[in-house]
Ligand binder design. Structure first.
Ligand SMILES: Nc1ncnc2c1ncn2[C@@H]1O[C@H](COP(=O)(O)OP(=O)(O)OP(=O)(O)O)[C@@H](O)[C@H]1O
Ligand SMILES: [Mg+2]
Length: 350
């Protein structure tokens, strides 16, 4: 028992799927213990807010049963521009202890909510070029949104030990799986059903993040409208299946128009970053989330945004035991990106 390694459990509660990943820490790296997910009925989570906590807790319990999840603790993630504020700010140089004392005061001007209504965390990124100044990543998350998620997870019988931000979980996923390319800026873009999280890394360190409320549901909705289809049928068509007399070929132009919207939002986020950091190019995008599985979307994005696009491989450096269907896991792996990042977190980490 003592040599089995520590396990940790990440729970990514999205608006369309709850994803669970458990990793086992071995002497040499990580091994996959569990990866499973469950689809949610629409409208349980809207704009990052939980609308129906009872049904969400039920779904989570069902996932726990179906995946035979034994662990009692989890790391969960929060996202959404309405409840998460992440800003890189310049502050006078001080120690971590000193900043812990004054962060609330410093944060006040950057947080558009009452400072008492948010939980605040920070990370000192390093000195700035101007003497006496340092770069700090400030994170503020609304307490009520944390409470919503924490109580659903507790309701399902788990204790959330870590509450992280989805964009940062993507950074952790990247760190264990990829070699850092010095000097190159890279954007990890997670395209979910209704949200998009972007984390921009420079030399492997997060320097900019942005969440938007658009996701691959725009494709589903466009198909529903164009062919007058119910949600489930449009979802099938989106995945490349024939549906109610409509072929994937018929669907292609409609999907391409919706892809444009996603591309526009991704480029907008990158331009946003560029207005704050002149002369910074983004050399590569790594796509994750369900949006990475959209037919031809990575290619479409690469052409429209003139940038190299790769699909995230969250299990690239994580060994997959033989009991798993490896081909299947690799096929849907981009869905697990945030959950893998969460599973890598330890209580007390920064
Ligand atoms: N094989 C597939 N092909 C195309 N799209 C897919 C496929 N599998 C899932 N999707 C789409 O991916 C989306 C779900 O992705 P993901 O699990 O990343 O979102 P989520 O985390 O639930 O949503 P959000 O983070 O926006 O709340 C859905 O819109 C679904 O239609
Ligand atoms: Mg998601």
């Amino acid at each position: 028992m003592f040599f089995g390694g520590k396990t940790s459990f990440g729970l990514d509660i999205g608006s369309s799927y709850i994803k669970a990943v458990q990793l086992r820490e071995k002497r040499r790296g990580f091994e996959l213990d569990l990866f499973d997910f469950i689809q949610l009925p629409p409208e349980l989570i809207v704009d990052g807010s939980i609308i129906d906590s009872m049904r969400l807790a039920e779904a989570l319990k069902e996932l726990i049963r179906k995946a035979r999840i034994k662990t009692k603790t989890a790391a969960i993630g929060i996202a959404g521009h309405a409840s998460v504020i992440i800003r890189r700010i310049a502050l006078p140089e001080m120690t971590e202890e000193e900043l812990s004392e004054s962060i609330k005061f410093e944060a006040e001007q950057y947080v558009p909510f009452d400072i008492e209504d948010v939980n605040i965390d920070f990370q000192i990124l390093g000195p700035k070029e101007e003497p006496g100044q340092m770069d700090v990543m400030l994170v503020a998350v609304k307490k009520d949104i944390i409470n919503e998620y924490v109580s659903v997870v507790k309701e399902a019988g788990l204790t959330p030990l870590v509450v992280d931000v989805d964009a940062f979980a993507l950074g952790n996923m990247y760190e264990v799986n990829y070699e850092i390319e010095a000097g190159k800026n890279l954007a990890i873009v997670n395209v979910g059903a209704r949200t998009m999280n972007l984390n921009l890394l420079k030399n492997g360190v997060s320097i900019f993040t942005r969440d938007s409320s658009i996701g691959s549901n725009v494709v589903t909705e466009a198909l529903q409208k164009a062919f007058n289809l119910p949600y489930e049928t449009a979802e099938k068509l989106k995945r490349g299946e024939h549906a109610d007399g409509t072929s994937p070929e018929d669907a292609s132009p409609v999907m391409a128009a919706a892809y444009e919207e996603l591309v526009t939002e991704i480029t907008r986020s990158i331009e946003y970053f560029q207005t704050t950091s002149v002369h910074e190019e983004v050399g590569r995008i790594i796509l994750s989330g369900g949006g990475a599985l959209l037919r031809e979307f990575p290619k479409f994005l690469a052409e429209k945004a003139s940038v190299e696009v790769g699909i995230s491989e969250p299990f690239r450096n994580i060994s997959i035991p033989k009991r798993f269907d490896r081909t299947y896991i690799e096929e849907i792996a981009p869905l697990a990106a945030v959950a893998v990042g969460l599973a890598l977190r330890r209580p007390g980490d920064r």
